[in-house]
Write a protein that binds this ligand. Structure first.
Ligand code: BDR
Ligand code: CA
Length: 326
């Protein structure tokens, strides 16, 4: 039976690939997509989710817009959009006009908000559903606060965020967690099984020129789009972090659901730093068990990057993509 999934995301180049993988693979039943402000404003991330679905020929998956900002408002001095990585649109790189002409994607925005779509999907599905957040955790924390009993309808939470090592937005904090540390604290403490794929794992999946060449060789409209996305993503990661090739963080969550052998996991206690002068938003991961705290999450560690990229290339091949409009 495929794993029923709700993807909560902020596309975002790597989020876009999480959508593609979740929609393409028969082991995943993508029930809904909810969006959140993160890499860009929620208006832009929602438009981008629709763009990706339109371009990939993904139809019938409801897409609803969620939180426009963190639970408790903006923290002073904290960068809340990743424009330096994902560009002014959140999905810079491709010229989207050949896909949509002058207009908007035909894939609609659901009239419900993300919270309503989450509730309807969780209560309407016959089995508990896996939540896959790949952006700031505001929507998921809002759900947990408003409907605590719905934790019974959540199988697990498999998220991209945090790090068992360093951060990427501050020396200590990863972007998704830093955007809304209080929301992350609620998610890690909610009692539902949490699996965290942080930077220590996702930095092992780099979109090297060899990977990009494999995608280009598919020669489909969607593969061309993916190459354009990755080319832009590579340029910003080179400029901002000096990386030779950019890490494709978010789809590691979905890849784990498809093939759990791709990433090794260890159980550990995780706490989110809420008050540190220099460390707010850090995920403090007790890998050595020195705190005496009970483990509350599984942590992704060693990744089979080759197996991961095989899944991504196959997903892009299977989807093929909508024909470009004249
Ligand atoms: C995370 O931040 C975002 O920029 C990416 O989409 C990913 O979810 C990596 O820190
Ligand atoms: Ca993301």
């Amino acid at each position: 039976m495929p794993v029923p999934v709700i993807l909560d995301c902020d596309p975002g180049h790597d989020d876009a690939f999480a959508i593609l993988l979740a929609a393409a693979h028969p082991s995943v039943d993508l029930l809904a997509i909810t969006t959140v402000a993160g890499n860009q404003s929620v208006e832009k991330t929602t438009l981008n989710a629709r763009r990706v679905c339109e371009a990939a020929g993904i139809r019938g998956v409801p897409i609803a817009a969620g939180a426009a900002g963190p639970l408790h408002g903006r923290s002073e001095g904290v960068q809340l959009l990743a424009e330096n990585i994902h560009g002014g649109s959140g999905l810079d790189g491709p010229d989207w006009r050949p896909t949509f002409g002058a207009g908007e994607p035909a894939v609609p925005q659901d009239p419900r908000d993300a919270l309503a779509l989450l509730v309807d999907t969780l209560t309407g599905h016959p089995a508990p559903v896996t939540l896959v957040p790949t952006g700031p955790l505001t929507n998921i924390a809002t759900l947990l606060l408003a409907y605590p009993r719905l934790t019974a309808r959540i199988e697990r939470i498999v998220l991209m965020g945090g790090s068992a090592e360093r951060g990427n937005t501050t020396p200590a904090a990863e972007f998704n967690i830093l955007c809304d540390p209080e929301a992350a604290d609620i998610v890690f403490g909610c009692g539902v099984p949490v699996t965290m794929f942080g930077l220590n794992a996702t930095h092992q999946v780099r979109a090297t020129p060899e990977v990009v060449a494999r995608l280009a060789a598919l020669g489909t409209p969607l593969s061309r789009l993916c190459v354009e996305l990755l080319t832009y993503f590579a340029s910003t990661y080179r400029e901002v972090y000096g990386f030779d090739a950019p890490p494709l963080h978010d789809p590691l969550t979905v890849a784990h659901l498809i093939d759990p052998s791709l990433v090794s996991l260890v159980r550990a206690a995780v706490r989110v730093e809420l008050t540190g002068t220099w460390t707010r938003g850090a995920t403090v991961v007790d890998l050595d068990g020195v705190t005496g705290l009970a483990p509350n999450a599984e942590i992704g560690m060693e990744v089979d990057a080759g197996g991961f990229w095989d899944l991504i290339v196959e997903a892009v091949r299977v989807l093929g993509g909508a024909p470009e409009r004249p």
